[in-house]
Design a protein around this ligand. Structure first.
Ligand SMILES: [Cu+2]
Length: 99
């Protein structure tokens, strides 16, 4: 009499992670007057929450024709805060969900 053996669970234990991914970042910002602390350089930093530790530190890119491909490492699934380090009001939420 035959039987079926379920494959062993080879999933790593602990939090699930997203795959590493890339962000193609192009800075088209044209700043007509540079002064009084104004700049048209921008970047993307990813943090574990608004005041959380920085998990990814993107290089500053000048406008109006700068570009870079950020290579972001795998991170645990969840919600993250991202922002421009020069202009903190440029921000948003990044969600890595289980699929
Ligand atoms: Cu900025």
């Amino acid at each position: 009499m035959g039987g079926v053996t379920a494959p062993r669970n080879t999933e790593p234990q602990g939090p699930r992670h997203c795959q590493p991914f890339a962000i193609s970042f192009k800075n088209h910002d044209v700043l007509l007057e540079v002064g009084a602390g104004l700049t048209n350089q921008h970047d993307i930093d990813i943090r574990a929450g608004f005041l959380g530790p920085k998990l990814f530190d993107g290089q500053l890119i000048p406008g109006p024709a700068g570009a870079i491909r950020y290579e972001v490492p795998r991170l645990p699934t969840g919600e993250y805060y991202f922002h421009c380090s020069v202009h903190p009001f440029m921000n948003g939420t990044l969600v890595f969900a289980d699929q």
